[in-house]
Design a binder for this molecule. Structure first.
Ligand code: V47
Length: 387
């Protein structure tokens, strides 16, 4: 076995013979020796390896392997961006059991739909901020015309032509296609012509049919979600992919989810980041379930880093994981913390107790305190500022 280990500098490497014996013994005792060897040899991890990583009792050994992969790619570099999150409407015809945000009908208590001016104002009032990204996620509204979404994008570009528009999940794209009588590709092309720059990763939940049938039966399925990302990549856009974990899914379904994302990435290389999303149980139809623990969160991010050898970034969405766990995850495979966010609602309505926004100084400070180097990036991972 040749176990190559890159040091934190990313410059030197060592074989298993050079590893401190205590570390080698620990990996062997954890039963992870052969997974370490596969990683060294550039062999891919498969379903059985992923299951073993989820079931291994030594979380630190799993984390150590994930951290080694993280440092090979990024050394200490840790990315975040200066973004704003906008949810223009929470009216949604889908009935996902985990969702605390959606309201079925326009007149229902708490239902809202912002006018275009109200949406644009969210950007206008931040004219003094060096924002680089607007991230839009909406409910599936049955009555808005397609022109609303096209105009929303055009208006953002009029106000801030420099800002990257990461808008509409694949689930929304599928909904638009069905509602407005277009193909998925036509919808993407029209939105791109109006200013769309990339797609966020929302709506993936868990790809396994068993899980989708139970928690999100009436929205776009896994194959269509992946096909929309495939099309977006072909049209030249980059996208992200998420996984909602910590509810009814099995370890096998988590690994299967990662492998399906990896297979598409082999085809297109269009995913920038994989983002595990921690389930929040307040105010939704799965409220009897406990939230995932910090240990589970660290493990999911670590296993994602190890399985998704072809996806450049593993992102911890600090709103979902909590700030402290996101910081710790920087030593469990994570190299990205999303962004300043501002005005997030989906998680806060589901019980998140994280702040609603962090400044770029807050984020770079918490990265530095965790022992990593903060880098403010734009959506496409170009460096904006090396803090
Ligand atoms: O798809 C909804 C999730 C997602 C709950 O692409 C919930 O950069 C946990 O996708 N508990 C939307 N999760 C958010 C999202 C996202 C977040 C950050 C970055 C990016 C990106 C994308 O939120 C939904 C769903 O999976 N969600 N309700 C809940 N109660």
């Amino acid at each position: 076995m040749t176990m190559q280990v890159r040091q934190e500098t990313g410059e030197s490497s060592q074989t298993v013979a050079d590893l401190p014996s205590v570390l080698y013994t620990r990996l062997r005792t954890a039963g992870l020796e052969h997974i370490a060897a596969k990683l060294d040899d550039g062999d891919r991890l498969e379903l059985a390896d992923g299951l073993q990583l989820f079931e291994c009792s030594d979380l630190l050994a799993v984390g150590w392997l994930a951290n080694r992969e993280r440092e090979k790619r990024h050394a200490d570099r840790t990315y975040f961006n200066h973004n704003i999150r906008i949810e223009a409407t929470n009216v949604c015809v889908a009935s996902c059991l985990f969702c605390a945000f959606a309201r079925l009908q326009p007149g229902d208590t708490g239902a809202y739909t912002l006018s275009l001016d109200q949406v644009w104002d969210k950007l206008r009032v931040r004219a003094d901020q060096a924002l680089t990204e607007v991230h839009v996620v909406n409910g599936l509204h049955p009555d808005l015309p397609f022109a609303y979404y096209l105009e929303l994008l055009r208006g953002f570009k009029r106000i801030r032509p420099d800002v990257h528009l990461k808008c509409f999940t694949a689930v929304e794209i599928a909904f638009f296609a069905d509602l407005y009588g277009r193909t998925d590709e036509q919808v993407l092309r029209e939105l791109m012509a109006a200013g769309l720059d990339s797609l966020p990763g929302g709506g993936a939940e868990v790809f396994a049919e068993r899980v989708r049938r139970k928690i999100c039966h009436d929205k776009c399925g896994a194959d269509r979600y992946l096909d929309i990302h495939r099309t977006a990549h072909r049209l030249g856009m980059r996208t992200n992919v998420t996984m909602l974990y910590g509810h009814i899914e099995t370890h096998e379904e988590r690994v299967d989810h990662m492998l399906r994302a990896r297979a598409l990435q082999d085809e297109t290389a269009g995913f920038q980041a994989f983002i595990p999303l921690a389930f929040h149980p307040d105010n939704n139809q799965m409220r009897k379930l406990p939230a995932p623990t910090a240990a589970e969160t660290l493990r999911v991010h670590a296993v994602a880093r190890l399985m998704l050898d072809n996806v450049p970034h593993i992102k911890a969405f600090w709103i979902a994981t909590g700030v402290e766990t996101a910081q710790t995850a920087l030593w469990f495979g994570v190299d990205d913390l999303d962004g300043t966010v501002q005005e997030e609602q989906i998680y806060h309505m589901a019980g998140a107790r994280t702040p609603e926004a962090l400044t770029t100084e807050d984020i770079s400070g918490l990265i530095r305190v965790a022992g990593r180097d903060p880098i403010e990036r734009d959506t496409l991972y170009n460096v904006v500022t090396q803090h």
